[in-house]
Design a protein around this ligand. Structure first.
Ligand SMILES: [Zn+2]
Ligand SMILES: [Zn+2]
Length: 141
């Protein structure tokens, strides 16, 4: 339990997260890879009220390709900050944005779409865990 702060690439936007993340891990889906321009996205999921923009709120842009994901980024530097998933009831603050928070990944999701295979011994969900509405199917590393 604690409060950690983070900021966008240029620092115009600052956020804090408070409490315990609901889940931490890595997502390999095509959307995460395409938007982040990287092979994998490290996520930390929070109840919406645990995430606060503490600086530069009017500098936060939103892009919604679908209603499920409201992607938040800084209008000055283009740096990504977090994604709001209102229909799922959590916000994903990218682990790289809050480097001081102890990141303890427990799962890989959407490993069926992976382009970078990771041999870290953590469970590899083909899509999402069953309790999150996915198949719950596990894949080999
Ligand atoms: Zn910025
Ligand atoms: Zn993803």
């Amino acid at each position: 339990m604690g409060t950690w702060s983070g900021k966008c690439f240029c620092g115009a936007v600052e956020v804090t997260v408070t409490g315990e993340p609901m889940a931490m891990g890595y997502c390999h889906c095509e959307s995460c890879r395409h938007w982040s321009a990287g092979p994998v996205n490290a996520f930390t999921l929070w109840p919406p009220a645990a995430v606060k923009v503490t600086r530069g709120e009017d500098n936060v842009g939103t892009y919604k390709k679908t209603e499920q994901s409201h992607r938040k980024w800084c209008k000055s530097c283009g740096g990504h900050v977090y994604t709001d998933h209102p229909s799922l009831g959590f916000k994903d603050v990218f682990a790289a944005i809050i480097p001081d928070m102890p990141f303890k990944p427990a799962v890989h999701v959407n490993y069926g779409e992976a382009v970078l295979h990771v041999r870290d011994g953590l469970p590899k969900q083909k899509d999402f865990p069953a309790e999150m509405g996915g198949s719950g199917e596990l894949l080999p590393e």
